[in-house]
Design a protein around this ligand. Sequence first.
Ligand code: DC
Length: 227
Amino acid sequence: MDQNHIVTIDGPVGSGKSTIGRLLAKKLELVYLDTGAMYRVVALEAKNREIVPEDEESLGKLCREVKISFKHDPEGQRVFSGENDVSGEIRTPEISMLASKISALGAVRKELVHLQQQAGQNGRIVVDGRDAGTVIFPRALFKFFLDAGVEIRARRRYKELVEKNMKVDYTDIFQDIQKRDENDRSRSLSPLKPAPDAVIVDTSEMTIEEVVGRLSLEIDQKAASLP
Ligand code: DC
């Protein structure tokens, strides 16, 4: 596997991973893979098929059945489950919480990590998630961990959902983020944590452009120092 051009971006909810990942991929002309969207599609399909989060076996089977794909769009990226555009449906608070729950299951992680590794097997990709630098691509050369204070992340997520015309309450979002942070960090399988060789960037006081600039600079500097 050529991992020379794999960039991993991990971090908690609202740290800016997906926006930054998408922009960075565009700037560096790499493919962008949003691994969180994959957990969300499985969560949505589980809900539609009435599979409960406790039924690990059926969820593992579901991961093998769903056909997740992405299409690039000037507005961002569209996410498909089979033929259906589920880009909006996977972002509701209910699916966010369900995705967080099912992502703790070994059968689900095993299937999705396999698909993610296949997607990146030729390198030239930016992968964002929780375990991109620790589990999916542990040998990636360029690893980042984005972080920000919980209030800042809740405000960002609130603004993002309001801009998508969703009816949301700030306090609910703040509590959801705290709960999801706790789930993501405390689970026994692939908990959210920086890879030992990741560059940690606190984005609390930074604009999107500043973060993209910082990451590209780190990549350029590291690439220049390679033998
Ligand atoms: O990044 P996101 O909020 O769209 O991710 C949705 C959920 O999926 C999140 O609560 C944790 C889980 N997830 C994961 O466990 N591993 C990943 N690589 C990406 C997301």
